[in-house]
Design a protein around this ligand. Structure first.
Ligand code: ADP
Ligand code: MG
Length: 446
């Protein structure tokens, strides 16, 4: 092979031709990813590098390679993450003996999906579908606010299926579905082959995962095509998995016949994570880095208290904290360090204790119940009474909003919280025993 030059050799040459800033910015972190007789793949850190190198340095690289090897190489820049996904997919398709690109991200698995009360139902349904695609819940419709793990769960289902069977899985966002469809619509309406290709792509699959279906609203023609795709797959017992930021009933821009179909299978709602789950997710995501050992528990609680409801937000806090740690090299990551690192990110820099948790614990102890029962759906007179008292104390003694209180009491609607507060406020006026109970509990908390 003529290509027996080293990448370092290439770098040392190009370094002479560029300013040190340009070299450091564009070339320092490149690697030789793959080389064949006439093509070369250069690995770059980000898409940003890829575009810039393509536009500005392609000719220079080509000519240096020519000097080094005597050959004209076809140069491709590849981004690190894409390589990982591609090689995983290649490994899979090798065993499948067909080339089928699933668009699955191997990073999202069931193993690294942390489970709590707010997502257990959706996770269980997802596992069931992954184990028996097309057999149990079809379609599976997962909905919930942004950043709560819908995309993660869907990829996990797809990854599980491709690992454990030879089924063809296709993951697309509804945006991608629309572009595919509009792409053929605009240019190639007369081109039978292209239309057939589109139809094949979506119909010769065993599992269709379509993410963020809410964006299909408004695209009428695409909705029609999706309707047909849905029916074809459904009629041949192929699994369909759909996600959306709202329930089927709230997808107002979608045709009725689509919404009706979405309700045929199982609808699973993911709720925002409560305090316990937020802590669990933080611990899970922090582990695996060396710095994790330096993180004190108070830091986990601080982040869990100040980041509400969105897992992406939690991840951002960790990234930020770790970046800060990389710069300052602290001997431990304690509350002081974390508040400084995250003060802009979390909005408020005040450390708020897990007040709701404390109140729940005190009330549960007082009535000889568990905190779980207060958060549960159980409605025995005893539990109901204790729960309402706990909610009342939370509202009266903390700054927490009714929405937040609802979240920490098993995802209860904020109107339920308001009702509890009103009821206890009224009862307390005529019931001296209740007044004393509450006073006693408050004493214990302080
Ligand atoms: P959505 O699609 O609902 O907007 P994503 O699936 O993109 O949310 O999740 C946002 C980020 O949070 C992802 O990086 C995902 O891995 C992570 N995430 C969400 N829920 C969990 C969970 N239960 N366990 C671990 N990571 C999670
Ligand atoms: Mg998503």
């Amino acid at each position: 092979m003529d290509s027996n030059f080293s990448w370092d050799e290439f770098l040392s040459i190009i370094k002479l031709k560029l300013s040190s800033v340009s070299f450091d910015t564009w070339f320092k972190d490149t690697k030789l990813s793959k080389i064949t007789n006439d093509s070369i793949d250069i690995e770059v850190p980000m898409t940003f590098h890829k575009n810039f190198l393509n536009d500005n340095y392609y000719d220079l690289i080509e000519s240096i390679l020519k000097d080094l090897t005597g050959k004209n190489y076809d140069i491709t820049f590849v981004v690190e993450d894409d390589i990982k996904i591609k090689t995983e997919n290649e490994a899979k398709t090798d065993t499948n003996k067909t080339s089928f690109n699933s668009n699955l991200n191997p990073k999202y698995t069931f193993e690294n999906f942390v489970i709590g009360d707010s997502n257990r139902f959706a996770q269980t349904a997802a596992v069931a579908v992954a184990e028996q695609p097309g057999k149990v819940y079809n379609p599976l419709f997962i909905h919930g606010k942004s950043g709560l793990g819908k995309t993660h769960l869907m990829h996990a289902i797809g990854n599980y299926i491709t690992e454990n069977s030879h089924k063809n899985v296709l993951y697309v966002t509804s945006d991608k579905f629309i572009t595919d469809f509009i792409g053929i619509n605009k240019k190639d309406t007369d081109n039978y082959d292209v239309i057939e290709h589109f139809k094949d792509k979506y119909r010769n699959i065993d599992v269709l995962i379509i993410d963020d279906i809410q964006f299909l609203g408004g695209a009428e023609k695409t909705q029609q095509e999706f309707f047909h795709t849905f029916n074809t797959l459904y009629d041949s017992n192929k699994q369909i998995i759909i996600s959306s930021d709202r329930s089927p009933d709230d997808l107002k821009l979608l045709e009725d016949r689509l919404r009706t179909r979405f309700r045929w299978g199982l609808t699973a709602n993911i709720f925002p994570p409560d305090f316990d789950l937020r802590c669990k997710i933080l611990k899970d995501k922090m582990s695996g880095h060396d710095v994790a050992k330096l993180v004190k528990n108070e830091v986990i609680e601080y982040i869990a208290n100040n980041c509400e409801s969105d897992v992406r937000h939690l991840e951002g806090a960790i990234t930020r904290l770790y970046a800060y740690a990389a710069i300052y090299n602290p001997s431990e990551i304690n509350l002081e360090f974390a508040t400084e690192a995250l003060k802009d990110y979390l909005g408020k820099s005040l450390y708020s204790n897990n007040n709701i948790g404390k109140i729940q614990k005190a009330v549960a102890d007082y009535f000889n119940l568990t905190v779980e029962s207060l958060k549960s759906k159980k409605r025995t007179a005893e539990i109901n009474n204790a729960r309402q008292i706990a909610i009342y104390i939370c509202r009266m003694t903390t700054e927490e909003t009714t929405v937040r209180i609802g979240l920490e009491f098993g995802n209860r609607d904020h109107s339920t919280i308001l009702h509890a507060i009103e009821k206890v406020s009224k009862d307390i006026k005529k019931n001296e025993e209740l007044r004393n109970e509450i006073a006693e509990i408050k004493n214990k908390i302080n």
